[in-house]
Write a protein that binds this ligand. Sequence first.
Ligand SMILES: Nc1ncnc2c1ncn2[C@@H]1O[C@H](COP(=O)(O)OP(=O)(O)OP(=O)(O)O)[C@@H](O)[C@H]1O
Length: 241
Amino acid sequence: MSDNRAVSVRSLTRRFGTNTVLNALDLELEPGSFTALLGRSGSGKSTLLRTLAGLDPAPADAEIRVPASVAVAFQEPRLLPWKKVWQNVTIGLPGSGAKARAERALAEVGLNRHTEAWPATLSGGEAQRTALARALVREPRLLLLDEPFAALDALTRIRMHALVLDLWRVHTPTTLIVTHDVDEAVLLADRVLVLDAGRIAADIPVEMPRPRSHGDSRFVALRRRLLSELGVEAEVIREAA
Ligand SMILES: Nc1ncnc2c1ncn2[C@@H]1O[C@H](COP(=O)(O)OP(=O)(O)OP(=O)(O)O)[C@@H](O)[C@H]1O
């Protein structure tokens, strides 16, 4: 049965000292699905993502199954300033055709004119596209995105949303995005999870065709529900509007 699941986590507990961040957490992701992970600050979203990425050691008593090829992109693009853009994309990539593969990936994210550029000459959005190209060039079956657009201006973020959806449609990796932004979650994902008290406290499907509009009544209803799951009361929402 679990062969149908791209990601399967059973009973994952993570503690830092006396702080139990993840508490016997279970999670299943279908292959090719696009899931958003919301949760209050400090709820353990990045800890879960890092464990799935293999960046944090998985506790021995947890069962964690992920595909063989996993790629991660973070809020900061984490480019090496002394390597050109294409070299950043090919870091760790074996084989002689690496540069051609990097060029193809960079063309896909709209950066074909910047392959020979230095990272310091890129805008924030271009640097984040480079990070996406670096993730994609590995053809990951699992793509983990940890607040990848949080540092970008609103217009660039809108373009990046469209780009990520295009790339997801073409390459079909199972995708999990951590975000603080409820609208971003509803705009992108087919399923939104809320992490609270160390577990998946809410698991909500997004049954809306794309492209999605903020003004759609289903969008508004779902935003309201998610904000309430996150403990943001209606009065606060009204005041902010
Ligand atoms: N290496 C570590 N050592 C000690 N505590 C840690 C470590 N990593 C995370 N924590 C703690 O675990 C909790 C969850 O952190 P995590 O970064 O996963 O939360 P988050 O939901 O991603 O938060 P945010 O939305 O603010 O980025 C926090 O209380 C954090 O201080």
